[in-house]
Design a protein around this ligand. Structure first.
Ligand code: TPP
Ligand code: MG
Length: 343
């Protein structure tokens, strides 16, 4: 049983640092569209708001466990130690990118750090992750797979088929359903869009007779405890669990490139104007997981105000440097276009 009280000062500071690094990476990506219009091609999906959920979950991980999220994927490799400069170069489609500039934001991969790859196809990664868990079981490696996916993905057949198989075969996998209230541009509550049946979404676990727990995904320590229990269960051969982690997506669905950037491309949140739900966004901002955890750590004497600022400044500099590195990296040459094509 993992208890948040068991986390020492260094580990708590590590959690805060990773949360801040993820936020700064995403903020830097947002700014780049305005500062360098046209330089970042393709589509990016940002994960601000998810930091506590991501880091709380991954704080329970062993170094060789697989991490397999959806296309909203920047935060996870940052925690695994992937250099942000290579991630940023990948977003810019440059040669020094994580995938040599061929993958872009939606297709990051760092196999050496047990981050095998992501997919833009909703729910596809749930099946991939379940396959990785089957491999771990067959080879008896002791690895657990952390499978992250959206609330919208949990409506897809791939979700049901995968969890069914994992439950039957007691695969070592933890399904983290990230309920960020939005499915692309649609709020989860919109019945006319046939959005989402079931509340809480962790109830879906009952259909497979596996544990299902809903957790406040804005609190990294609560996520740590709940995911930790599921991971221990998976590693000891008792099979999968479904964790619904609730938080709010603070960015618009995605940033598509237009040159010059359209004025509507960076609304604080697409709900504003679309559904007229400014209050919802402001409430989530007032409950910003990073600010809350910061205050908690300072109140409990884990961090001083000056130490917190130093962490934030270091993350800002790291991400600024990542952009400089990316912009200085060459684009792949046209002759390379058919490299790495396997089918
Ligand atoms: C199979 C498939 N159908 C449709 C889409 C288009 N699409 C992109 S994002 C999205 C909504 C996904 O919702 P959720 O899983 O909650 O992810 P979030 O928007 O929160 O990242 C859809 C339908 C897609 N990428 N793949
Ligand atoms: Mg969602």
């Amino acid at each position: 049983m993992r208890k948040k009280e068991d986390l020492g000062k260094d580990r708590l500071i590590w959690i805060y640092t990773q949360m801040v690094r993820i936020r700064e990476f995403e903020e830097r990506v947002k700014r780049t569209f305005l500062e360098h219009p046209g330089a970042m091609r393709g589509h990016t999906h940002l994960g601000d708001g998810a930091e506590a959920s991501i880091v709380g979950a991954l704080a329970t991980r062993n170094e060789t466990d697989f991490v397999m999220p959806s296309y909203r994927c920047h935060g996870y490799p940052i925690v695994l130690g992937t250099p942000p400069r290579n991630m940023m170069a990948e977003l810019y489609g440059r040669k020094d990118g994580l995938c040599k500039g061929f993958g872009g934001s939606m297709h990051l991969a760092d196999p050496a750090r047990y981050f095998p790859g992501t997919s833009g196809i909703i729910a596809a990664a749930i099946a991939h992750a379940t396959g990785a868990a089957l491999t771990a079981q067959v080879k008896n490696t002791g690895q657990v797979v952390y499978c992250f996916f959206g609330d919208g993905a949990a409506k897809q057949g791939g979700f049901f088929e995968s969890v069914n198989m994992a439950a039957c075969w007691k695969l070592p996998i933890v399904y983290v359903l990230e309920n960020n209230e939005y499915q692309a541009y649609t709020h989860i509550s919109l019945e006319d869009a046939n959005c989402m049946a079931g509340d809480p979404l962790s109830k879906k676990a009952a259909a497979f007779s596996i544990p299902g727990v809903t957790v406040d995904g804005t609190d990294p320590l609560k996520v740590y405890e709940v995911v930790g229990e599921a991971v221990d269960r998976a590693r000891s051969g008792q099979g999968p669990s479904l964790i619904e982690s609730r938080f709010y997506r603070l960015s618009a669905h995605g940033n598509a490139i237009t040159v010059p950037p359209a004025p509507t491309q960076f609304p604080e949140h697409e709900a504003i104007g679309v559904y007229g739900n400014k209050a919802e966004f402001q409430a989530a901002k007032a409950n910003d997981p990073i600010q809350r955890f910061r205050s908690e750590l300072i109140k409990n004497g884990v961090l001083s105000e000056a130490e917190a600022s130093r962490i934030e400044q270091a993350a800002r500099s790291e991400m600024d440097e990542a952009v400089q590195f990316a912009l200085a990296s060459p684009l792949p040459s046209p002759e390379e276009a058919t490299n790495y094509v396997y089918a």
